[in-house]
Design a binder for this molecule. Structure first.
Ligand SMILES: *[C@@H]1O[C@H](CO)[C@@H](O)[C@H](O)[C@H]1NC(C)=O
Ligand SMILES: *[C@@H]1O[C@H](CO)[C@@H](O)[C@H](O)[C@H]1NC(C)=O
Length: 408
């Protein structure tokens, strides 16, 4: 249970505690939603979060090789509507338990997707399988356990190529990639395999997740060490829905563990975010958290326990041999990321999920990276959510990020 689990739980629980009136939001049972194609009945992300500010926005649908039907949103122009010129495409990949609204939580002056559109980029927002606007599948539905039989390995193997190729196909250009949290791991694991390398210009990693062995979030550590996601799995619950009862009960168990202080959940999970606006926390609560697969949460818990970046461990030699042809899961080798591939990393001193010590282990893998192809930025007061929600992220993170893109 890791970074985002954390992120979400924390945010949504702490708000549940803080604003009792919102409690009904979280008690609604969303266990059995109908499978549907994007855009959803409520009009989808373009209508909800983009059109209201007067920006152009297109809903797109992408089908992965393993049958998942994903929604994507495109912001082809800035607020002025001016087209023309070279608008390099940027693909935005959110983290676990979140969806594409991650990039649209603040005002247009403060949220990365709008800022990129206003700064001359062609913005593409991805939404991972199982989230509200990406629940379609060519042969199964969200009620089937087969639908939830995946971890982030499949996001690397199928979603990353499908979304990158789609954007490239639509624009005819190579793209920049931006990931937050689990979105960074998907990008890094893909790059380490050379996956889609020829279609990418650069990657920006906000609150990077690679190694998780040093996660300082007490809640995430406790959840992982006690195999809590596994408990849910063995109960036969394949969908990890933070709004449904089993996961809420799980949180109660974690919070009763000696040494875990759930009084300030946000801080004990993500670290203490410096710069959130309560208005964006409200937008967050209206739209997040989102479901993921229980298997994905187990995979992340394995990384916290093992401190390695490997594929999902079936925790049975024969099962591993069946899936991988070897008794232990194959490792993602981060030193294989090409030394000349442009990387921008921004991490926070107060981030309990993307822990500075873990980031350092990752950076050790990049020792041979070309000096002019690697920008590493450290924000002392930033925690996990600040990178996408802080009111000052535009100056602190996004301006340097775009300056970096313009050099590539
Ligand atoms: C917080 O959000 C509200 C609503 O978008 C906005 O009016 C206000 O200026 C924001 N505050 C800061 C410090 O950005
Ligand atoms: C990882 O990749 C690097 C560079 O390609 C290689 O030198 C190293 O042997 C690899 N490590 C493992 C464990 O495969």
């Amino acid at each position: 249970m890791t970074n985002i689990l954390a992120f979400i739980f924390v945010v949504f629980l702490s708000c549940e505690l803080a604003f009792g009136s919102r409690a009904k939001l979280f008690s609604s049972d969303s266990q059995h939603r109908k499978s549907s194609l994007a855009p959803a009945a409520d009009g989808g992300i373009c209508e909800l979060r983009v059109a209201i500010y007067g920006y152009a926005c297109e809903e797109h649908t992408v089908t992965t090789q393993d049958g998942y039907i994903l929604s994507m949103q495109r912001m082809p122009t800035g607020r002025s509507g001016q087209t023309g010129g070279d608008r390099p495409p940027v693909l935005l990949q959110h983290g676990v338990l979140m969806d594409g609204i991650t990039w649209l939580l603040n005002s247009p002056e403060e949220s990365l997707a709008f800022i990129l559109a206003d700064s001359g980029f062609d913005v593409w927002i991805a939404n991972t399988r199982g989230t509200k606007y990406s629940q379609g599948h060519t042969s199964s539905s969200t009620d089937d356990s087969a639908y939830w039989d995946w971890s982030w390995d499949e996001l690397v193997a199928y979603e990353f190529p499908a979304t990158v190729q789609y954007v490239n196909g639509q624009t005819g250009q190579k793209l920049h990639y931006i990931g937050h949290s689990l979105g960074t791991l998907i990008g890094l694991a893909s790059l380490s395999q050379g996956n889609q390398l020829d279609l990418l210009r650069s990657a920006a990693l906000l609150s990077p997740i690679a190694y998780l062995g040093q996660v300082s979030s007490v809640l995430a550590q406790t959840a992982a060490k006690n195999f809590l996601a596994e408990d849910i799995y063995w109960l036969g619950i394949d969908e990890f829905d933070p709004k449904a009862r089993p996961v809420k009960n799980l949180l109660k168990v974690i919070c009763k563990t000696p040494g875990v202080d759930c009084y300030d959940l946000m801080a004990s999970f993500t670290g203490k975010n410096c710069c959130l606006n309560s208005s964006s926390v409200d937008v967050f609560l209206d739209n997040e958290p989102q479901s993921t697969s229980t298997k994905n949460m187990i995979h992340l818990a394995q990384m916290i326990r093992g401190g390695t970046i490997a594929m999902y461990d079936y925790e049975d030699e024969e099962d591993n041999i069946k899936h991988y042809g070897q008794p232990t899961p194959p490792v993602y080798n981060m030193t294989s990321i090409p030394n000349d591939f442009p990387l921008f990393l921004s991490y926070g001193g107060a981030d309990a999920l993307s822990d500075p010590q873990d980031v350092q282990i990752f950076l050790d893998n990049l020792k041979a990276h070309d000096g002019d192809k690697l920008v590493v930025q450290y924000q002392d007061d930033y925690a996990h959510a600040d990178f996408v929600m802080a009111v000052n992220a535009n100056q602190v993170v996004y301006d340097p990020l775009m300056a970096f893109f313009k050099l590539q």
